[in-house]
Design a protein around this ligand. Structure first.
Ligand code: PAF
Length: 279
């Protein structure tokens, strides 16, 4: 049976409460729509691991620090509903005024995981993510909620949100899904021209090469920065090698047990992010 589309918070909370009361486990997949195979992998996993699946589709204005990015963010609700098919039981697709009848005033202190990289580059972004994900958790109270590892730092921030607000939801990180050319799937990829789409694949190729270098942290960092800079279509925003849990920059592999590299590159006006695990 196709998913039931709901647009009000009242319907959402009643549906979720009824499912809980009936003893069903609830999985929530928060999205901003413009769904691709990456989102569908989260939704399918939620379906496999829970009795009932809620997918939210809401382009959350308060997490955009760039108005042009907000305006240009693709909105494809009808197509999204088709793609979800019967993998979800409920699709929550509210209007902005339903979620924010007045401007939100929640202020979170997510600490050091939120101050670096995306947090530093996009002031207010993670607070805005916390506002919407916190409200969704409050309304749906899911047993599990699913997030893609392309936004690895977002997952660290949401874990902080769960800790601060004492939600009982388990956060399930899911692997990055890539295009056949290696580019990490993203709703923003739709804004790339065919040439840019091919060029953008180099981001992942360069990260893969960097992981095969068997070099120290400064050498890997210099390699990635140089390779990205060689491609005229790219403007590097940042590349950081960090502890996989604290997300603080490290200068030697001995400083952390798990080590990740995080990159943000502009291609034209489109901002793409990706990451790689070094160990
Ligand atoms: O990752 C996203 O698409 C968004 O940040 C999220 C988690 C749906 C909150 O708006």
């Amino acid at each position: 049976m196709a998913a039931t589309i709901i647009t009000t918070i009242r319907e959402l909370t009643i549906a979720a409460q009824e499912m809980r009361a009936a003893g069903k486990t609830i999985g929530l997949v928060p999205t901003m729509g413009a769904l691709h195979e990456g989102h569908l992998s989260l939704i399918r996993r939620a379906k496999a691991e829970n009795d009932v699946v809620f997918v939210s589709i809401f382009v959350n204005p308060v997490q955009f620090n760039n108005q042009e990015d907000l305006i240009k963010y693709p909105r494809t609700l009808n197509n999204d509903v088709q793609l979800i098919g019967d993998y979800a039981d409920y699709i929550f697709a509210p209007a902005v005024e339903e979620v924010f009848p007045t401007p939100p005033n929640e202020q979170f202190n997510f600490g050091s995981v939120a101050n670096v990289m995306e947090g530093a580059a996009r002031p207010g972004h993670f607070n805005g993510v916390g506002v919407i994900v916190g409200r969704l958790f409050h309304w749906v109270n899911p047993h599990k909620s699913y997030f893609g590892e392309k936004d690895y730092q977002q997952i660290a921030v949401i874990r902080e949100l769960v800790r601060i607000c004492q939600f009982t939801t388990e956060i399930i990180p899911c692997p990055i899904v890539r295009e056949p050319n290696g580019l990490a799937m993203s709703s923003r990829n739709r804004r790339l021209s065919p040439d840019e789409f091919e060029t953008a694949a180099q981001i992942h190729q360069i990260l893969l090469k960097s992981a095969q270098l068997e070099a120290n942290v400064p050498t890997i960092k210099a390699f990635v920065e140089e390779e990205i800079t060689k491609e005229p279509a790219f403007t590097l925003d940042y590349f950081e090698i960090t502890d996989d849990t604290t997300l603080q920059t490290i200068h030697s592999f001995s400083e952390a047990k798990g080590v990740m590299g995080f990159i943000t590159v502009y291609i034209g006006a489109v901002r793409l992010i990706d990451n790689i695990r070094y160990r």
